[in-house]
Write a protein that binds this ligand. Structure first.
Ligand code: NAD
Length: 453
């Protein structure tokens, strides 16, 4: 009530007034910057996300996205003139940017601040009304998100609905003009079905089993360092973390030695004491991961503590392809290491799974990397690194097939929440007679014209 009263006199025209959108985004930036310490603390309280990771991948990421959006909003939102078709001569042609209307954003728990706020910022910038449902598994972060949103926006412009599956389902039962969902493929299907009822367009940012392929030309020590970072950041609970290693057989022993060294360098010998290693989000996921370890050959790590929701950074050697760890997306700090000798063996493993969200290759062999990129379909990825493709706003981020529909980041985020309306403005000073019936004797001239343009 208080919030509505306070903002009652303010002219709210987010649909047409780009200045209004920009002002609200500036206010959001101010409120996030003011609350940064509280956000970082909330992330720690939810699953001991280390402060460094919270700043790098959550608060700073969102702040940078906001600044970029504020800087570019007028450029992105203004009608864009395009070259007209000569068939329409004389005309000027424009793409008008129209907000979809009412947008629903459903967010997951693993990067609970960033993955809730980034789509929200883009949807607001594009002129939409937004309802955000953050994850119920990160109550501290979701609660601070709700406070920031309530402080920033008029309730009729942007609002937060907190809750779990029930809340998500009652939101999905309503009619929306756009739905942006980040989460598992299983829930993605539920969202897609609900959206289909009203032919609502969707972006689905899902997950998958991301391969990391290492050939005999790779710089193994550097590869190990970059894989350890990308796999164990957020305790492996990252949609684009390498899910499994597929390494040229002769390289395996050296690689494992480097991996062990790098893990110890990053988290120390008493890894459970490291302030830089997060915890598993809840008991359900902890049990799922702990069970994966039971029948595997653990060659490093493997320690678990149910009370602390701890699972050590763990390496598993040559699991069976039918084992649990190779059946589903791991989404935790467990890294299976498999080997190959021929390219057919790579194919036999990679092709067992749906198209992954990310794909990593460590190699100095250009034709090998080129071939892998051409052969396999995947959302995005890196050569000689992991995860970092996420950080370039100029690269589209999203999956393909079961790893997702649509992509965002940078201007693309603004564009996905925008209907692009193509309009031809015809000049009246001349009206060429060619297209009008009767067509008698005009066909030959038409063919000449079509050949010419
Ligand atoms: P999830 O699918 O369980 O939950 C995501 C959201 O959906 C939550 O807000 C949750 O409340 C809601 N939800 C859960 N069950 C639902 C149901 N039955 N009906 C309607 N809504 C429901 O996913 P999660 O566990 O929060 O996140 C992990 C998954 O998300 C992994 O598969 C991961 O790869 C994927 N992910 C993808 C990206 C990406 O950018 N592509 C980013 C992060 C996570």
């Amino acid at each position: 009530m208080h919030r509505q009263k306070k903002q009652a006199d303010r002219k709210m025209d987010y649909k047409n007034d780009i200045g209004y959108r920009k002002e609200t985004l500036k206010k959001l930036l101010y409120n996030i910057q003011k609350s940064e310490d509280l956000i970082v603390k909330a992330l720690y309280d939810d699953f001991k996300k280390p402060e460094f990771e919270a700043v790098l991948t959550e608060t700073n990421y969102v702040i940078s996205e906001l600044k970029d959006t504020i800087k570019n909003i007028h450029k992105w939102a203004k009608p864009k003139r395009v070259f007209p078709s000569l068939l329409n001569f004389p005309s000027t042609d424009y793409i008008y940017k129209e907000p979809y209307g009412k947008v629903l954003v459903i967010a997951p728990w693993n990067y609970p601040f960033q993955l809730a706020l980034c789509p929200l910022i883009a949807a607001v910038a594009a002129g939409n009304r937004v309802i955000l449902k953050p994850s119920e598994l990160t109550p501290n972060t979701s609660s601070i998100i709700a406070k920031i949103i309530q402080k920033t926006f008029h309730v009729k412009h942007v609002d937060v609905v907190q809750g779990g599956v029930e809340a998500a389902n009652s939101l999905l039962a309503k009619r929306w003009d756009y739905i942006f969902f980040t989460g598992s493929a299983a829930v993605g299907k539920i969202v897609a079905k609900a959206a289909a009822e009203n032919l609502t367009p969707v972006t689905l940012e899902l997950g998958g089993k991301n391969p990391c392929i290492i050939d005999e030309t790779a710089d193994l020590k550097l590869a190990a360092k970059r894989i350890v970072w990308g796999k164990f950041i957020n305790a492996g609970q990252t949609c684009i973390a390498p899910d499994y290693i597929l390494i040229q057989k002769n390289m395996k022993i050296n690689f494992i030695t480097f991996m062990m060294e790098e893990i110890i360098k990053a988290y120390g010998k008493k890894m459970e004491k490291s302030p830089d290693f997060a915890r598993i989000i809840n008991t359900k996921n902890w049990l799922r991961l702990a069970n994966m370890l039971k029948s595997e050959k653990v060659i490093f790590g493997g320690e678990t503590d149910a009370n602390k929701l701890y699972i050590a950074p763990t390496l598993i050697e040559e699991p069976g392809l039918e084992s649990q760890v190779m059946k589903e997306e791991i989404f935790g700090p467990i890294l299976p290491i498999l080997t190959y000798e021929t390219e057919t063996e790579i194919k036999n493993v990679v092709s067992r799974y749906e198209k992954p969200l990310a794909f990593y290759i460590f190699s100095e062999n250009k034709s090998f990397t080129k071939k892998l990129i051409a052969t396999y379909s995947f959302g995005g990825g890196c050569i000689n690194d992991t995860v970092v493709h996420f950080s370039n706003k100029r690269l589209p981020f999203g999956g393909v097939g079961h790893s997702g529909i649509g992509a965002y980041h940078g201007q693309l985020s603004f564009d996905i929440f925008t209907h692009q309306k193509g309009v031809v403005k015809k000049g009246n000073w001349i009206d060429l007679p060619m297209r009008y019936a009767p067509y008698k004797d005009k066909l030959a001239s038409l063919k000449r014209l079509l050949d010419w343009i």
